[in-house]
Design a protein around this ligand. Structure first.
Ligand code: ARG
Length: 473
């Protein structure tokens, strides 16, 4: 077979070209082409290093770098033709470069393997995406703070077991999600740290015979650290697993928020209403206004969790070092990235457009027994042991249920039948405002505590912004 027939980059060892279907099966170009920028960035740093270390000439290095810039432009202008025969983004770009600049292009891959190259590209890609995601987390946190401030007096029932439990401020509920997102932000900061390690120079697995300078590459690409073991450098997918874990937890948070919003917009709750622009109707039932966005976010959380489980399963029995199984890391993380970025963005809009039906929340608090703990606490403050106070309050609730009334409807004489210590001040003590105001323990739902949370949440946002590099702010 002539050279012309076997066009692949490893043609030398083979007598036959790869089967067409096998080619397609192996190829990752359809999804890894989204790392073109990182691939060019990495190759540029590598070419600079090769020249600096005297491994290739300055002239070749310059030709390579200029050639890569032209390819970058062609890709961004949509003029680059990606080929499945060339398997992946690395070989597509290298082949185009060699076609363009000739022999110099053939020198680019000196002291490098696709194994450390793909690792480098993915590290660069994940690093950038983490920053974009952190920015979107801040945006959603900001919307939550705004909604909390706008509704700082609104009282709703807080739930346990989805049963009305104690009155809380709606703002307090929203700020719980702020705190969850704060942990998500910091988890992604951890992911960044573990993605901020430079793998290039590991070669295929064992390092290289050329006198390379890995520190130079790390500095060029702004990496904090360098993999100290070449086998680890090409085999490590921990940072992707960590990314997917952080992404899964974030999606679980958004899914829980979604579940609540879906409940809240139902007729049964009617606590909030979503903006018309964020809902859809039914093709059959004219009255419907469906919370599709929260439902979809809740649904999509399953798929991100799926990507995490898939990659854990892929990696768990892999021997060192590179195995083609590792190519399976990409579709999952790419999809997870798209999914969380989209979900965060739509959620900022959902929160911004959400109308709060304070009167309905109020009714749910008034027409129930979520002030029963406050009744017990009242008795305790009058000297009765809590256990006994709990029993008395329980009996009072039972008494009310039998009569179809609420605690506030009882006369003082009725109260006194259950305990002598009841006085006129009981009515004030069981008002929703009092219940809320009195939960003034650190982190509680009182007005003062919630104001403090809002104040500190704003400071946290400022700190988070400062943790992002300028261009991502
Ligand atoms: N497309 C491959 C991947 O994503 C690149 C590395 C391939 N290396 C190899 N020796 N086949 O993992």
């Amino acid at each position: 077979m002539s050279d012309a027939e076997n066009k692949s980059l490893w043609g030398g060892r083979f007598e036959k070209s790869t089967d067409e279907m096998i080619n397609e099966f192996q190829a990752s170009i359809n999804f890894d082409k989204r790392m073109y920028r990182e691939d060019i960035e990495g190759s540029t740093a590598h070419a600079k290093m090769l020249a600096k270390c005297g491994i290739i000439s300055e002239e070749d290095s310059e030709k390579i770098i200029a050639g890569l810039q032209k390819i970058l432009k062609r890709i961004e202008d949509g003029e680059f033709k990606f080929s499945v025969d060339l398997e992946d983004i690395h070989m597509n770009i290298e082949k185009a470069l060699t076609d363009d600049i000739g022999e110099a292009g053939g020198r680019l891959h000196t002291a490098r393997s696709r194994n450390d190259q793909v690792a480098l590209d993915t590290h660069l890609y994940v690093r950038r995406q983490v920053r974009e995601i952190q920015k979107l987390i801040i945006e959603l946190q900001t919307e939550l703070i705004k909604a909390a401030e706008k509704n700082s007096e609104v009282i709703m029932p807080g739930y346990t077991h989805l049963q009305r439990a104690q009155p809380i401020l709606f703002a307090h509920h929203l700020l719980a999600y702020f705190s969850m997102l704060q942990r998500d932000f910091s988890r992604f900061a951890g992911v960044y740290e573990r993605a901020d390690i430079m793998p290039l120079g590991a070669g295929a697995l064992a390092g290289t015979t050329f006198p390379i300078d890995r520190n130079f590459v790390a500095e060029e690409l702004n990496f904090e650290a360098i993999y100290s073991n070449s086998l680890d450098a090409v085999s490590d997918r921990d940072y992707i697993l960590e990314f997917l874990s952080a992404a899964s937890i974030l999606m679980v948070h958004l899914s829980r928020l979604s579940e609540e919003i879906i409940l809240w917009v139902s007729r049964e709750f009617s606590f909030v209403e979503l903006d018309d622009a964020h809902c859809t109707g039914s093709s059959m039932m004219p009255q419907k206004k469906n919370p599709d966005v929260p439902e979809l976010v809740r649904g999509k959380s399953g798929r991100v969790i799926g990507h995490l489980v898939a990659l854990l399963t892929t990696v768990k029995a892999l021997p060192l070092a590179y195995n083609k199984d590792l190519q399976e890391d990409k579709e999952g993380i790419f999809d997870a990235i798209d999914t969380i970025k989209f979900s965060l963005s739509v959620y900022s809009q959902i929160i911004a457009g959400m109308k709060v039906r304070a009167e309905n929340m109020r009714r749910a608090v008034e027409e129930d027994f979520s002030n029963a703990t406050d009744l017990a606490d009242y008795l305790v403050k009058k000297g009765i042991p809590f256990r006994e106070a709990h029993a008395i309050s329980g009996k009072l609730v039972h008494y009310c249920i039998d009569r179809g009334v609420f605690l506030k409807n009882l006369s003082i004489d009725e109260f006194k039948k259950f305990s002598e210590v009841f006085a006129e001040d009981i009515y004030e003590a069981i008002k929703p405002e009092t219940c809320v105001k009195n939960r003034n323990s650190l982190g509680g739902t009182s007005y003062t505590q919630v104001d403090r949370q809002i104040f500190s949440a704003k400071n946290i946002i400022d700190e988070e912004i400062l943790k992002l590099p300028e261009k991502f702010r």
